[in-house]
Design a protein around this ligand. Structure first.
Ligand code: DAT
Ligand code: MG
Length: 140
C-alpha cells in the first residue's frame, strides 16, 4: 500500500513564479493521483526537521532560508511505482543535468532552488507524508 505513495513539495521558487498549477498539471498528466494537498509556509523548525539528513552539509543554512521564505504546496501522491516514477518526472537535483520533459528542466533555476521535492524511498515517502498530513487529511 505505502509503496504506491510518494510525497512532493512545490518549493517557494515555483509558487513565486506562478508555476503551482502548471506543475500540478504535469503531475496529474503523468498519472499521479493527488490524495492529500496543503498550501502552507513551513516554519524554520519544520524545515530543519524535514531536511535534518542534510544538517551538516554546507548548503543547509541556505536550504532552510529558501524553504521558509514563502509558501509551499505539499502533496501526497498515489501511483504504481510512485517513488521511482516521480523521481523520473522531476529529473536530476541540478536542473542543468535534468532531462528534457522533466519538471526541474522546465521550471528550476539552480541546484539550490530546484522547483520541487520528491521522496527518495518508500520509507522516506511514508515519513514525509505523515510529517505533513494527518490520516484524516489523506483521501486515497
Ligand atoms: P533531491 O531534492 O534531488 O532529493 P538532495 O536530497 O540531495 O536532492 O538535496 C535536497 C535539497 O538540498 C535539494 O533539492 C537542493 C538542496 N541541495 C542539494 N545539494 C545541493 C548543493 N550542492 N548546493 C545547493 N543546494 C543543494
Ligand atoms: Mg532528497
Amino acid at each position: 500500500m505505502e509503496s504506491n505513495r510518494t510525497f512532493t513539495m512545490l518549493k517557494p521558487d515555483s509558487i513565486e513564479q506562478g508555476f503551482m498549477l502548471p506543475i500540478l498539471n504535469m503531475i496529474q498528466d503523468a498519472g499521479f493521483n493527488i490524495i492529500a494537498l496543503k498550501y502552507k509556509k513551513m516554519t524554520r523548525d519544520e524545515a530543519k526537521q524535514f531536511y535534518s539528513i542534510h544538517s551538516d552539509k554546507p548548503f543547509f543554512k541556505d536550504l532552510i532560508k529558501f524553504m521558509t521564505r514563502g509558501p509551499i504546496v505539499a502533496a501526497a501522491l498515489e501511483k504504481n511505482n510512485a517513488v521511482e516514477d516521480f523521481r523520473a518526472l522531476i529529473g536530476s537535483t541540478d536542473p542543468k543535468d535534468a532531462l528534457d520533459g522533466t519538471i526541474r528542466k522546465k521550471y528550476a533555476k539552480s541546484k539550490g532552488e530546484n522547483a520541487v521535492h520528491g521522496s527518495d524511498s518508500d520509507e522516506n515517502a511514508a515519513i514525509e507524508i505523515s510529517f505533513h498530513f494527518k490520516n484524516n487529511e489523506i483521501f486515497s
